[in-house]
Design a protein around this ligand. Structure first.
Ligand code: NDP
Length: 498
């Protein structure tokens, strides 16, 4: 089998690192062998990106011209929509309906950032003397985008589209589990007229290719989405190199049901919040808090709904949950449920692989509910990143705010209540980057997204999603009489000296 090449400077490249195999988690069959970038290949990619970002062909493009190319990438993705959805399903096992939704979301992300690119301007700042002062925003240079396997299409779009709008060159290092969607997008971008070297993809293991990229002196910023420990390791390297790192990391998000909530809506929201994508979502509502007065009734309804969820092959219509994205990850989830059982957890639904013979070769795991633990338990503290919900109870608002915030993470939170004053109070008291009230997992590309605490640093999406990939420059333009060679005291008082 010839290994699939990655894509640098608008050309396919056979890497010189050890190849690896992409596996379909629904069937266990090998998809293809994939080429890996060695440190020398990474160096070549960074050199191509650095040359491209400095070239007049890219630097001199006006924002509306850059925006046109970004919009054409969206058109190209639309033309290849089914192919993109198929790739993701084949590599991480997400059900086809979700893959299609994620392709649409990625396309919308390119369109949104094309619009932002065309409309964002520079600022004239209030002057404190006879000069005009301006703030202009310039690209950081070469950006490394390192992405996880759970939602490669959307995560990569959320980094690449704003980084292009900001005028950078980008090198994407996708997860080894989901290596090829980024390659197709880069090919589409080349066809859309993106100059060679502006969008590159290098495949390979995080610990080889990823590390080589983060350490490379030509890389001027890292945008990472993935686990908290990996983010910490990358952040350390970036700190040493004094380059910015945007880190979107893990979560253990609380989903809170008050006794006055619409319980039918809350059951639907809680189920979708944890089991969509087989629980492999950074914002998964993986800690459920139910007010004690309705706990028994709510849990009974939740158990019925969980056991009715369609688990099956991601190609089958009506299936809500496919496999986990890889066999090692399924085994990890399984071990974590066993650990929960050992620490006294009562597995009231799931807790096993499915019995259906047609699923036996895939990395499947049943949707699982664990009761009988406290918020201090391992299962309530560690990110399981699978279809596993820990059920907890609370007495009153103060109690649930304290419990919900008692975590190292701070990515998201759901609140289910009919009391709008309480919804507001709790939303403000929760330490998380996103809060949903009477809904869960609604996301908009126009709204900044990111984590509090160990869930990350920086905000992607929204207009500021472009600024994340720029550095500002102040320009002072004299409009008065000749500037004296040294500031006198009066001038220093007006503007502040350095
Ligand atoms: P990892 O942190 O293991 O990997 C993420 C990416 O980093 C992959 O491309 C991986 O490559 C690469 N990588 C791994 N080690 C290094 C390293 N030392 N240096 C450079 N790159 C490295 O996360 P997962 O892929 O397992 O994704 C799951 C995690 O991502 C969960 O914790 C989840 O919460 C988090 N996540 C966060 C989101 C957010 O927005 N906050 C969104 C989605 C997921 P390789 O795959 O080859 O190892």
């Amino acid at each position: 089998m010839t290994a699939l090449p990655f894509f640098v400077a608008n050309r396919p490249v056979q890497g010189t690192g050890p190849t690896f195999v992409s596996t379909n988690p629904a069937t266990g069959a090998a998809n293809y062998e994939v080429s890996a970038a060695s440190a020398a290949d990474v160096d070549a990619a960074v050199t191509a990106a650095r040359d491209a970002v400095r070239s007049a062909r890219w630097r001199n493009l006006r924002p509306h011209e850059r925006a046109r190319i970004i919009a054409r990438i969206a058109d190209g993705m639309e033309a290849h929509a089914q192919e993109l959805a198929d790739i993701q399903m084949r590599e991480n096992g997400k059900v086809m309906a979700e893959c299609r939704t994620q392709v649409s979301s990625a396309i919308a992300t390119y369109r949104y950032f094309a619009a932002v690119c065309e409309t964002l301007g520079s600022d004239v700042t209030p002057s404190r003397g006879d000069y005009v002062s301006m703030t202009v925003h310039e690209p950081v240079g070469v950006v490394a985008a390192i992405t996880p396997w759970n939602s490669p299409l959307t995560m990569e779009a959320q980094k690449v589209a704003p980084a292009l709008a900001a005028g950078n060159a980008i090198i994407v290092k996708p997860s080894e589990v989901t290596p090829t969607a980024a390659i197709l997008v880069a090919r589409i971008a080349a066809e859309a007229g993106l100059p060679a070297g502006i969008l590159n993809v290098v495949t390979g293991l995080g610990t080889d290719t990823g590390v080589a990229l983060v350490r490379h002196p030509g890389v001027r910023m890292v945008s990472f989405t993935g686990g908290t420990e990996t983010g910490r390791a990358i952040g350390r390297i970036c700190a040493d190199r004094l380059i910015p790192a945007a880190l979107e990391l893990g979560g253990k998000s609380p989903n809170i049901v008050f006794e006055d909530a619409d319980l039918d809506a809350a059951v639907t929201g809680v189920i979708g919040g944890i089991f969509e994508g087989s629980g492999q979502s950074c914002v998964a509502g993986s800690r459920l808090f139910v007010q004690r007065s309705v706990y028994a009734e709510f849990v009974a309804r939740l158990k019925t709904a969980t056991e009715a969820l369609g688990v099956g092959l991601p190609t089958q219509a009506g299936v809500k949950m496919g496999p986990l994205a890889s066999f090692p990850h399924r085994d990890r989830v399984e071990r974590m449920v066993e650990d929960a059982r050992k620490e006294g957890g009562d597995i009231i639904a799931g807790g096993t692989r499915p019995g259906a013979p047609e699923l036996a070769d895939g990395a499947f795991y049943m949707p699982t509910l664990i009761a009988g633990l406290t918020n201090a338990s391992g299962a309530a503290r560690q990110e399981i990143f699978g279809p596993v919900l820990v059920l907890l109870s609370f007495d009153d608002e103060a109690d649930v705010v304290a419990q919900a915030n008692d975590t190292v993470y701070g990515l998201a939170c759901g609140i289910w209540t009919a009391d709008y004053r309480r919804a507001w109070r709790v939303a403000r008291a929760i330490e998380a980057g996103t809060v949903w009230i009477n809904t869960y997992k609604q996301l908009s590309i126009a709204t900044p997204f990111g984590g509090f605490k160990e869930s990350g640093i920086g905000r992607e999406k929204g207009i500021s999603g472009v600024r994340l990939y720029q550095q500002s420059k102040g320009i002072y333009w004299d409009m008065g009489p000749l500037v004296p060679p040294f500031m006198d005291t009066e001038d220093a008082m007006k503007g502040g000296s350095k």
